[in-house]
Every structure is written in C-alpha cells, then in structure tokens.
Design a protein around this ligand. Structure first.
Ligand code: ATP
Ligand code: MG
Length: 205
C-alpha cells in the first residue's frame, strides 16, 4: 500500500537505546499491513556515506569537531536527496536511523557546538525538509552502555558526561518541537517500547 504522500520518520536516541531493534519491528509490522517501506540510516545510508561512516565511526587519529560536523552534514545532504526524498516521493514510508537531531544532540550538546549554526547547516543539508515524525528512545546512560557492550565505535567511546549531555539534548529538542518529536521511555521491555511506538505511528498512517 502506498501512503498518500509518503512518510519520513526518523529514530533518535543515545547509542544502545534500541533504535535498530524497534525499526526492525516496525518495518515488519508495516510490511504486514502492506505498506511499502525502506529502512535506512545515517551516517552511511548511501554509497558516498559508507565511506564517510568509516571515517566518522572508525578513524583512529584526530578528527576536529568542525570536520566531524561537516562530514555528518555531507553524508546527510547526499542521503536525503539520493535515498530519503526519492523514496518518500514514490509514496514509501522511509524509516531513518538518525537524522538532523543527532547532529544537534551530539555535535551541539555533546561537543558544545553552536546550535543555531547547526540548525542552519542542517537546513542546508536537507533543503529544509524535516522528518514528518521523529521518535526519541529515552534511556539512562548506564542502561544504554550495558546494552552496547564492550565493542565501541568512535562516538560510543566518548565520556559518560558527553553522553549525558546528548541525552539532555534530545529531551530539550522534544520540548522545542513537541509536534514532530515524540519521546518513548526506552527503559521498558522491547515489547512495551514497541507497543508505545505503534500507538504513535498509527496516528499518522
Ligand atoms: N527495551 C530493551 N530492553 C532490553 N534490551 C534491549 C531493549 N532494546 C534493545 N535492547 C538490546 O540492546 C542492544 C542494543 O539495541 P539496538 O542495537 O537496537 O540499539 P541502537 O539504539 O540501535 O544502538 P546503536 O546506536 O549502537 O546502533 C541489543 O542487544 C538489543 O537487543
Ligand atoms: Mg543501531
């Protein structure tokens, strides 16, 4: 089944909050209801982005904060056009693991970057197209880190304080954009989180 105009839904939250788990559950659920969906992610959802993802998550040496921000934005600019908007315009439901709010939360709150500048750059990267709906899975850092385990990427290796600021960033974003961003308590069981997610999704289908 095609949606009237397609839908762009992004999923956010600190590492280990359960994004991948819930996206997979939702994707199966929507497919069973005969919706056309695609699952994609940032960074790395398009060909160019795969290279950028390698640098962003696994580069061993020094990466400047500004370079990091522009690499995320370059990935986003390509991904939005090549994957997200193309599929939304074909009437599909695009389930996107991370998007604009990750840059505000990580590079803004986490790295203490300038949020007004990030908003402006996000706008350029996405040509102003915001997700129709954003889900933030909110969980405390300790629980999330236990879920992530010991193999950590470059961002996951950041300090506890960094991740606390990122979480706080997401919560503030949800207060700033209550229409677009919905928060789910992700400390609950996988089933309960998914039932909260379905309740929100049903309202916009
Ligand atoms: N609600 C939950 N309760 C307990 N364990 C969970 C829950 N949700 C996910 N998990 C488990 O936690 C781990 C991390 O989940 P998942 O990979 O979905 O998180 P993520 O947000 O995609 O993380 P990342 O940002 O690192 O990709 C997985 O092993 C998953 O099975
Ligand atoms: Mg994941």
């Amino acid at each position: 089944m095609e949606c009237k105009k397609g839908l762009f839904i992004s999923f956010e939250g600190i590492d280990g909050c359960g994004k991948t788990t819930q996206i997979e559950l939702l994707n199966n659920y929507l497919k069973e209801k005969n919706y056309e969906t695609i699952v994609t992610l940032e960074p790395g959802g398009c060909e160019i982005g795969k290279n950028l993802r390698q640098i962003l998550l696994f580069h061993k040496g020094f990466v400047s904060d500004v370079a990091e921000m522009f690499l995320y934005l370059a990935d986003r600019a390509q991904h939005i056009e090549e994957i997200v908007l193309k599929n939304v315009n074909e009437g599909k439901i695009v389930l996107c693991d991370r998007c604009i709010d990750s840059t505000v939360a990580y590079q803004g709150y986490g790295r203490k970057g300038n949020i007004e500048q990030i908003d402006l750059l996000n706008n350029i990267a996405t040509k102003g197209r915001k997700p129709d709906l954003t889900i933030v899975f909110d969980v405390d850092i300790e629980t999330a880190q236990k879920r992530v385990g010991s193999t950590k990427d470059r961002m996951e290796k950041e300090s506890l304080e960094f991740h606390k600021r990122v979480r706080q960033g997401y919560l503030e974003l949800s207060e700033k954009y209550p229409e677009r961003i919905k928060v789910i308590d992700a400390t609950q069981t996988i089933d309960k989180v998914f039932s909260d997610l379905k309740e929100i999704i049903e309202k916009i289908l």
